[in-house]
Design a protein around this ligand. Structure first.
Ligand SMILES: [Zn+2]
Length: 181
């Protein structure tokens, strides 16, 4: 194993590593990594469940959670503040539109996605068969490779409101890295 230059012998084996120094003796700036989390829930309407992340869809709950994770990591106002529900223009917008718009704002703030992880909690509709296409749709909207986007579909096996198929919930965590910092 290659030893890091300047690292004291014994570092990593119980002894605290010597602090890396930057220019002029000041501590080196840490890499500009920022983490954010998001969650959202939507009631399910009776009738057949539309699927996918395009168009008007119950699965938009996932897009909204991912948007809040990205906005939170970038230190920007959350989804509800950025797109007030009172503004007619934002009602019924597809989830992918929000992902694209939020990603533009994140990039304008000087950040790029390292990776993002997400979970949809739903007993209905069954999302498992759609996980791969949803991952691809999210990655496409965000302009990043699919391997940086993870998605799990979890069922609550009848527990609580989600288990009674009254609603669907999503959680997301995003890690951002500052560009050129
Ligand atoms: Zn929502």
């Amino acid at each position: 194993m290659k030893r890091t230059r300047g690292k004291k012998r014994g570092a990593g084996r119980g002894k605290p590593a010597r602090r890396t120094r930057g220019m002029k003796g000041r501590p080196a700036a840490p890499p500009s990594l920022r983490v954010g989390c998001g969650a959202d829930a939507h009631p399910l309407r009776p009738g057949p469940h539309p699927l996918g992340l395009s168009g008007h869809s119950d699965a938009d709950v996932l897009s909204h959670a991912v948007c809040d994770a990205l906005l939170g990591a970038a230190g920007l106002p959350d989804l509800g503040t950025r797109y007030p529900a009172t503004e007619e223009a934002h009602r019924g917008r597809p989830g992918l539109w929000f992902l694209q718009d939020v990603m533009r704002a994140v990039r304008d703030s000087g950040y790029e996605i390292v990776n993002l992880d997400s979970i949809v909690l739903a007993d209905a509709p069954r999302l498992q068969p759609h996980v791969e296409s949803m991952r691809a749709a999210m990655a496409g909207a965000l302009g990043i490779p699919k391997d940086r986007v993870s998605l799990k579909a979890k069922r609550l096996e009848g527990l609580g409101a989600i288990g009674r198929q009254e609603g669907i919930m999503a959680q997301a965590v995003a890690l951002l890295m500052g560009r050129g910092r």
